[in-house]
Design a binder for this molecule. Structure first.
Ligand SMILES: [Zn+2]
Length: 111
């Protein structure tokens, strides 16, 4: 049984996932990974992330946004999702970086 004052159960989910160590993530609105794929889960806490789904009364809210893998990840962009809470808690332990490879380049004009 899990107790509510045992916040590190998520660590077991994450720290054993070697393939997620040192990965670059991007902040994205959730969108369907492919046709018929209507939701994903946060790798750490299993919170549901979905473009359209609505939580039933009494359920955890559905996340619309999160951190997700980039195109340079071995399985591709938007393969794994991490919620904001898990990101904040585990980004150092997991050596996650925020990759902005898909963001438009700002003008790096120099005076
Ligand atoms: Zn989470």
């Amino acid at each position: 049984m899990e107790t509510e004052d045992e916040p590190d159960w998520r660590a077991e989910q994450l720290l054993e996932k070697d393939y997620l160590v040192g990965v670059g993530f991007q902040w994205r609105r959730h969108s369907a990974y492919r046709e018929g794929w209507d939701h994903d889960h946060c790798v750490g806490c299993w919170a549901t992330s979905s473009e359209h789904e609505v939580a039933e009364p009494g359920e955890e809210p559905i996340l619309r946004e999160g951190f997700t893998t980039c195109a340079d990840f071995e399985n591709g962009a938007e393969y794994w999702w991490i919620c904001l809470d898990c990101w904040a808690t585990f980004k150092d332990a997991m050596k996650w970086t925020l990759s902005v490879t898909e963001a438009p380049r700002s003008t790096d004009r120099q005076a």
